[in-house]
Design a protein around this ligand. Structure first.
Ligand code: DGJ
Length: 752
């Protein structure tokens, strides 16, 4: 791993043998971007940016004669607005004289081992200094009023870079930032790439969308104050021919949980620019003389082995450099959550009964979801009243219940939604100005709730204190931290008019502050974040809480797409995924218990149903499934995940993925076929990354029961069968079994 600066060519080369990132200082100290991709040993810097004159491109003063140098065509590292580059800028600001033309030039740089943390923001980290190297380049606006430090970290053995920018007011008067992206990446070609992003909605998160880049600007963004159900803060560019296993892919995401914008622009000269960072819409940040604004961190991944290559790198990165604390490498327990089992309708007695039934069948952690505080018999009140336990439901308080659950040999968890306040709550009656709001406007409600103004220190202190009091009051092992609305009427009663454009950003910084204080006070508690399901599944929150509830949609068929899309960036270990009852509460579908199990066990496994209500035969099945999950848990939670068949492809009828043990000794293959077809095409499923010389024996084969209406249907059990590694990768396994809707198969192979 090495970051070098060549004095002769005035170029920077960041490389770790997997990737190279090359920049060069051009005439008059403009910082140009040259290359990002597979590691290169040599790079001819002389011709890399050769361009001839293009009529219509301005030249900087002093370069007008040559007519070939223009910011309009120069690939740049951190393009700014107003001095001849008309493409999307990374930086926009209004200076003290009211103008906003910015001309950034290189001043100095520094190279050092390790990776410093970002001020006030979550960021990736390394445990040992030798695991990363950092380059910081300082640019200054020619007026001297503003300077920018661009920070780049390269990690050992990962095709990944972390970037952010620190923008300082180096003048004497105040200035205002109106755009401060975390990264900008210029590609010297346009038509080579497809643009891949994720869209969705509540209960339908992270659908993958891929289309060819066209001329002009395209945005994938959020202005909802959170990452959002609607768009993920992820953007990839890939070659047209790239697929799951082959081709070049540039995947980018943010360590950030608020408004964001991922923008791409193809210029008239066929160049592509990609910027990613806080959304400039409605963003203003005042910088007084001497103050600095730090952008969130962007994570850039390059894969020449398609989207699986990208995801596997992201997954390792999340496990090793995002998730921290005692739960980083600890196996996660099987959860039984009360939400879909009881909603608001429970008592201590009913939860203890629920717990007994679930523990008997293998659950290890019993979670009491919403409804335990204030007058919360419905989702329309009491948020904020965390110190008022509902003693009608829980006569012995949280402690009484937690003790009873512990006595069953299980862990105990609780639901909270600390960032919210109900209009109908004691907290709101006492502090109506504690909710975000704008003068002369009524606040909009979503789920009959408002959002707390976490830009305020006093509000943050109150919430930290209240939640810590609850956590100290009982033996609580797990917290589900929910967040059920978007931000609207974003204003703070405590900030002056000039700073109202900062509130959406300050809210997120406030969330990080309270999460940091609460999670570090209780390091042993396992925190799971949630936001109406999966609207805040991002690397920012994962820095505090090592797992996230993926979606409120627990249907095993919908979940295939949701989990497949989520796996583009996030490892299955982080994805809460539970078996729920049939008919499914979100889509009314009946799916077999086996299918629900195989889908849920592909993530962070648990139950979202009352297991006591199952038939005796189903209970036996659940018992066997939880036992099998416990055997496979290290493989599923810490193995390498590979996508094999996409639910977004063709008729969206099949999905397959696999988990490979770190040492290659075991592989679990999950295959789903949603609708049965007559005279179906013969199907073979090829595995990947096996040892071609080794033999693999089938240890477990879970298959749907053959339908009795078909006299020729047979159960087909491969248990004990032996296959060659090369055979499994080249010829594959025949997946032609029974015809039944919503079928799923699990095959576990062991190297022998
Ligand atoms: C939304 C979450 O996503 C659900 O799992 C559940 O916790 C409810 N909120 C509770 O109100």
């Amino acid at each position: 791993m090495q970051i070098s600066f060549d004095e002769n060519t005035r170029s920077f080369h960041l490389t770790n043998g997997l990737i190279s990132y090359i920049m060069q200082l051009k005439a008059d100290n403009y910082l140009a971007h040259l290359y990002f991709g597979q590691a290169v040993e040599r790079f001819n810097l002389k011709y890399a940016l050769y361009v001839t004159e293009r009529e219509g491109c301005p030249q900087p003063d002093g370069m007008e004669e040559a007519r070939v140098f223009s910011l309009e065509t120069l690939p740049q590292e951190y393009p700014a607005q107003g001095c001849g580059d008309f493409r999307i800028p990374a930086l926009r600001a209004v200076l003290d004289n009211g103008t906003s033309a910015l001309d950034l030039r290189y001043v100095s740089h520094e190279i050092f081992s390790g990776k410093p943390a970002l001020q006030g923001l979550p960021s990736s980290y390394v445990k040992n200094e030798d695991d990363a190297q950092t380059l910081e380049i300082t640019l200054r606006e020619v007026s001297g009023k503003l300077s920018v430090v661009l920070s780049y970290t390269i990690f050992r053995n990962l095709p990944i870079l972390a970037r952010h920018a620190r923008i300082s007011n180096s003048g004497c008067n105040a200035l205002t930032l109106t755009q401060a992206a975390s990264m900008s990446l210029d590609f010297n070609a346009a038509y080579e790439y497809d643009r891949v992003s994720m869209y969705g909605a509540h209960a339908n998160e992270r659908n993958i969308e891929r289309r060819q880049l066209g001329h002009g600007i395209e945005h994938t963004s959020s202005v909802r104050g959170v990452t959002s159900h609607q768009h993920q803060n992820f953007i990839a560019l890939c070659e047209h021919q790239a697929d799951e296993h082959h081709g070049k892919v540039y995947g980018n995401t943010l360590v950030w949980s608020g408004n964001f914008d991922a923008a791409t622009e193809v210029s008239c000269y066929g160049q592509t620019r990609l910027t990613l960072g806080i959304n400039g819409e409605d963003f203003r940040w005042n910088l007084q003389a001497g103050e600095t604004f730090t952008t969130p961190e962007a994570i850039l991944c390059f894969s020449h082995q398609g989207f699986n290559g990208m995801s596997q790198a992201f997954h390792r990165f999340v496990r090793e450099h995002i998730i921290r604390g005692p739960w980083q490498y600890r196996e996660r327990p099987i959860v039984a959550n009360s939400w879909e089992a009881a909603y608001f309708n429970f008592t201590e007695e009913s939860i203890v009964r629920f717990a007994k039934d679930c523990v008997k069948l293998g659950a290890e952690l019993i979670v009491l979801d919403d409804g335990w505080f204030g007058k919360r018999d419905k989702d329309n009140c009491s948020l904020g009243d965390w110190l008022i336990t509902d003693t009608k439901k829980l006569p012995n308080g949280i402690k009484g219940l937690a003790d009873k659950i512990h006595a069953l040999g299980a862990k105990f968890g609780l639901w909270v939604e600390p960032e919210m306040i109900s209009p109908n709550s004691e907290l709101f009656r006492a502090h109506p100005d504690w909710a975000l709001g704008v003068p002369e406007h009524k606040r909009s409600q979503q789920r009959e709730q408002y959002v707390l103004d976490l830009s305020r220190q006093d509000v943050r202190d109150y919430i930290v204190d209240a939640i810590c009091t609850v956590l100290r009051s009982a033996p609580i092992d797990y917290i589900k931290w929910d967040m059920n609305r978007n931000l609207s009427e974003v204003g703070s009663a405590q900030f002056p008019a000039a700073q109202q454009g900062e509130i959406a950003t300050r809210f997120v910084l406030g969330v990080y502050d309270i999460m940091d204080r609460i999670t570090s006070a209780f390091p042993e508690i396992l925190f799971e974040s949630c936001a109406g399901g999966g609207k805040r599944f991002d690397l920012g929150i994962l820095c505090y809480m090592p797992q996230t509830w993926t979606s409120d949609n627990t249907d095993a068929i919908c979940r295939q797409k949701i989990q497949y899309g989520t796996s583009y960036v996030f490892p299955p270990l982080t994805m809460g995924s539970h078996v729920s009852a049939v008919p499914n509460h979100q889509v009314g579908r009946f799916t077999p218990l086996l299918t629900r199990f195989i889908c849920a066990m592909s993530g962070n496994f648990g139950y979202e149903m009352d297991l006591g209500k199952l038939s005796a035969q189903e209970q036996e099945e659940v018992k066997a499934q939880t036992a099998l999950y416990k055997e496979l848990r290290p493989l599923i939670q810490f193995g390498t995940f590979t996508r094999l068949m996409s639910p977004f492809a063709g008729t969206c009828n099949e999905t397959a993925w696999s988990f490979m043990a770190e040492d290659g000794s075991k592989v679990a293959l999950m295959y789903f076929k949603n609708l049965a077809e007559p005279s179906t095409k013969l199907r073979r499923l090829c595995l990947s990354d096996l040892d071609p010389q080794a033999c693999y024996q089938v240890r477990h084969h879970l298959i749907p029961k053959a339908l009795s209406v078909n006299p020729y249907a047979q159960d087909f059990n491969l248990e004990g069968e032996v296959f060659g590694g090369r055979e499994l990768m080249e010829y594959g396994l025949t997946m032609d079994r029974v015809d039944a809707d919503f079928a799923a198969y699990l095959i576990v192979l062991e190297k022998i």
